[in-house]
Write a protein that binds this ligand. Structure first.
Ligand SMILES: C[S@@+](CC[C@H](N)C(=O)[O-])C[C@H]1O[C@@H](n2cnc3c(N)ncnc32)[C@H](O)[C@@H]1O
Length: 308
């Protein structure tokens, strides 16, 4: 199972790779972006890959065995600072985050991400940690389920769907993706002809189970701490909730910190930690014709500005 890297050329250009630099790929996946970074580096350059998915880590270990300039760490990227500490690395010259799930995760029915193929209802990127979707669906109150569907999926029938789930689980445990997909589809009074009726709810449950938005928030703040001055932070997101969060975090870090307006101005005004570079970038027609997954991808770039 392969994964076609999205916005590969754009991400590489944005990183402005220096031959002897150290680069952090926070979302290794199947290594498309990491390998392209390695191809631009000289003998003394390094790429550190992170992924919370053990199956991605296996691929990373193979790459590390073939190329000593590469090293993979099994971790969520919110913990990137401790991963770098353990490797004795302070700051890095560029950081990439290619957010969300990989094609192999979606395509492998056993991972339980997809309503298209039947599998156990899991949805964890790291199946060695945390609660599976089935375990959560079995215990959550209707109000909590509705909240998750609304906040993380903008699902307008969130309450109806939550009620249907709670009623259905009394009759039999909900343990497969197709069971949940059917319950969600049957609970919807109106359908969008262009979307599977479970699309939003599955996205919401996946984001919740993996804590994806708080991972992005913590990961971005850790990334800013660990970028060398002049180093680039490049983030690719795949849906509007994620992109909104990235846009806001980068914008906030690129504005001077706001003091208390009632207090006198300090003698030295703290400088923003990032400078935004260019506008959001989307895939061009050529890439879209080869990789439909690139349709919703948005790439944003910022540069580290000061050493504090
Ligand atoms: C879109 S794929 C990346 C694909 C990769 N750029 C490539 O070319 O193969 C996202 C990957 O990031 C991982 N991931 C997502 N969120 C993560 C997080 N918070 N911490 C670590 N890995 C994460 C997923 O497990 C998945 O393998």
């Amino acid at each position: 199972m392969s994964h076609i890297p999205v916005l590969l050329h754009e991400a590489l250009t944005a990183l402005c790779i220096q031959g002897d630099g150290i680069y952090l790929d926070c979302t290794f996946g199947r290594g498309g972006h990491s390998k392209a970074m390695l191809a631009e580096l000289g003998q003394s350059g390094r790429v550190i890959g992170l992924d919370r998915d053990p199956s991605a880590v296996v691929v990373g270990e193979e790459l590390g065995a073939a190329d000593p300039r590469f090293h993979i760490v099994h971790t969520a990227f919110s913990a990137l600072e401790s991963a770098l500490d353990q490797l004795g690395i302070g700051r890095v010259h560029g950081i990439l985050m290619d957010l969300g799930v990989s094609s192999p995760q979606l395509d492998d029915a056993a991972r339980g991400f997809s309503f298209q193929a039947d599998g156990p209802l899991d949805m964890r990127m790291d199946p060695t940690h945390g609660e599976s979707a089935a375990a959560w669906i079995a215990r959550a109150e209707a109000d909590e389920i509705a909240h998750v569907l609304w906040v993380f999926g903008e699902e307008r029938f969130s309450r109806r769907i939550a009620r249907a789930i709670v009623e259905a689980r009394v009759l039999e445990p909900i343990v497969t993706t197709s069971q949940l997909g059917r319950i969600i589809a049957n609970a919807q009074p109106k359908r969008d002809p262009n979307k599977h009726p479970a699309t939003r709810a599955f996205q919401a449950i996946r984001l919740f189970i993996n804590g994806e938005l708080s991972e992005v928030e913590q990961g971005l703040s850790a990334a800013v701490n660990r970028l060398e001055v002049g180093g680039r932070l490049v983030v690719i997101s795949f849906h509007s909730l994620e992109d909104r969060l990235v846009k806001r975090a980068l914008r906030d870090a690129s504005r001077p910190p706001q003091g208390d307006p009632r207090m006198p101005l300090p003698e030295t005004v703290a400088q923003p930690k990032l400078k935004l570079i260019g506008k959001a970038i989307k895939a061009g027609p050529d890439e879209l014709s080869k990789n439909p997954r690139a349709r919703s991808a948005v790439l944003r770039i910022a540069e580290r500005t000061e050493a504090a």
